[in-house]
Design a binder for this molecule. Structure first.
Ligand SMILES: *Cc1c(COP(=O)(O)O)cnc(C)c1O
Length: 479
């Protein structure tokens, strides 16, 4: 496909500027550019076609199945977009007097309240811009709590070896050192290893439950107890909340602090690096440390912003990605008390159905067919038998218009494909996916080597991933 610069024809421009109807201003010569900028010159229709062609080469939830594990690529109902586009939410300024944006503050406060209820927490901030940012914020709360108690020796955060990479990264950014604990044979936290890891230097534990293997840790209450008895706090990475919302609450499991990925669980389009939101909830004893400002309600019902003296400070400008919060509020209000648990039930049902059917096809499920909202396939046996790897299976799926599952994660399964179908997919879609996976399984057994060349029918074949990541070619080189 040609670049805009390659399609450019000198002199072909779009003269869309209206005639000047204000006095012309003469700038200082020194401020003016000497040469015209090297912009592509083309007609509007060609520009439109260029971007349409580009858009057709991308893949989104509106194009097809997107079982990218841990990312919860569910369908985002359009009504959320309509609500978030209302002028009362979009035509405001962050520095506007609060008396003039009471509706927006009400939306923030209501969403906080609903998330508190879903998570079993007492207070909330909508400020963090993503899950990882929420982790960082939550860890700052934990740090502030220990320091407020003169507990300067608590410098270590315990993270299971199945954790998402952002967990140890956030811990380091928040000034902690990371202690990894191994998983047990069932894929949960090894309790003896945890007991051995905790001590007077333990600041806390970070955990996803269900974890990245899609398994709910049955020892969760005991895990939190072990950490609490050692004087540490428990942080819940809420990225997998789609598996349990409305059924189980991190606060009831024993967690002190949690983030929620609004763009995953509560339905905002994501995947292209667009705005996310990672609200952080905490128990009352951590609330004074939350980033400011907090939305507070006066006795007459007026909402205002308030700052706590003990706050860790702002983690982001203003009040977070407000319109993502609006979408989440619209989503929760649409589903209601019945719909929220029904959504997670559907997510778990779909994942179990897929896991069972893929096991029938012959794929290896290292932790069994029972799972929560996602599960991990181990392509190790397939590779040993046929030479076709998890990467080959994933790349071949592209030919069928299916976004591959998450690959090579979690790290404890070496040839991992992590599948998360979500609740918004129909049985027909799941069955089609199984058919394609069965076809790839058969192809691997016929000629495993051939699959190293997949995808065969996509605009781009198989780029060298290392070069693509390390030396991306992002600029047009003018002659
Ligand atoms: C997605 C995810 C994160 C990070 O969230 P972002 O919003 O992408 O920053 C953390 N942990 C788990 C388990 C995740 O799936």
């Amino acid at each position: 496909m040609k670049l805009l610069f390659e399609r450019s024809v000198a002199g072909r421009k779009q003269t869309l500027f209206p005639e000047l109807d204000v006095p012309e201003v003469k700038y200082d010569e020194a401020l003016l550019r000497r040469e015209a900028p090297r912009l592509p010159q083309m007609a509007e229709v060609d520009l439109g076609r260029h971007y349409t062609e580009l858009a057709k080469q991308t893949h989104g939830v509106n194009d097809g199945f997107y079982p990218l594990g841990s990312c919860t690529m569910k369908y985002n109902p359009r009504v959320n977009e309509q609500v978030a586009a209302l002028p009362g939410f979009t035509d405001i300024h962050p520095l506007q007097p609060t008396a003039t944006v009471q509706g927006c503050l009400r939306a923030m406060r209501e969403l906080e309240g609903m998330l508190q209820e879903i998570c079993g927490m007492d207070a909330m901030t909508l400020q963090p811009a993503a899950g990882a940012h929420g982790e960082y914020t939550g860890l700052l709360l934990i740090r502030a709590h220990h320091l407020a108690h003169g507990d300067t020796a608590r410098t270590k955060i315990i993270v299971p070896d199945s954790a998402h990479g952002t967990n140890p990264a956030s811990a380091v950014m928040a000034g902690f050192t990371v202690v990894a604990v191994p998983s047990n044979a069932e894929g949960g936290v090894d309790l003896d290893a945890l007991r051995a890891a905790v001590g007077p230097d333990t600041a806390g534990l970070m955990l996803t439950n269900p974890n990245t293997l899609g398994l709910f840790d049955p020892n969760i209450v005991e895990i939190c107890q072990i950490v609490h008895e050692a004087g540490g706090l428990c942080y819940y990475d809420g990225a997998n909340l789609n598996a349990v919302m409305g059924h189980a609450r991190p606060g009831d499991m024993g967690f002190d602090c949690v983030h929620v990925n609004l763009h995953k669980t509560f339905s905002t389009p994501h995947g292209g690096g667009g705005p996310g939101s990672g609200p952080v909830g905490c128990k009352a004893f951590l609330a004074p440390y939350l980033p400011g400002p907090q939305v507070v309600e006066g006795e007459d019902g007026t909402l205002a912003f308030a700052y706590s003296d003990q706050s860790v400070g702002k983690v982001r400008s203003f009040y977070g990605n407000f319109l993502v919060a609006v979408r989440a509020l619209a989503y929760i209000l649409t589903l209601g008390r019945e719909g929220i648990p029904e959504a997670s039930t559907g997510a778990v049902l779909n994942a179990n159905y897929l896991a069972h059917r893929l096991a029938e096809v012959g794929y290896t499920l290292p932790y069994g067919e029972r799972c929560m909202h996602e599960f991990v396939i181990d392509c190790g046996p397939l590779k040993a038998e046929t030479g076709a790897s998890a990467m080959d299976v994933a790349k071949r799926l592209l030919d069928f218009g299916i976004h591959p599952p998450t690959m090579y994660f979690p790290l404890i399964v070496h040839e991992a494909l992590m599948v998360e179908p979500t609740e918004t997919e129909s049985r027909e879609t799941l069955d089609e996916f199984v058919d394609m996976m069965a076809r790839i399984f058969a192809e691997a057994h016929e000629d495993g080597e051939r699959l190293h060349g997949a995808p065969f029918d996509c605009p781009i074949g198989r780029p060298d991933e290392v070069t693509a990541a390390r030396k991306p070619h992002l600029r047009y080189e003018f002659e």
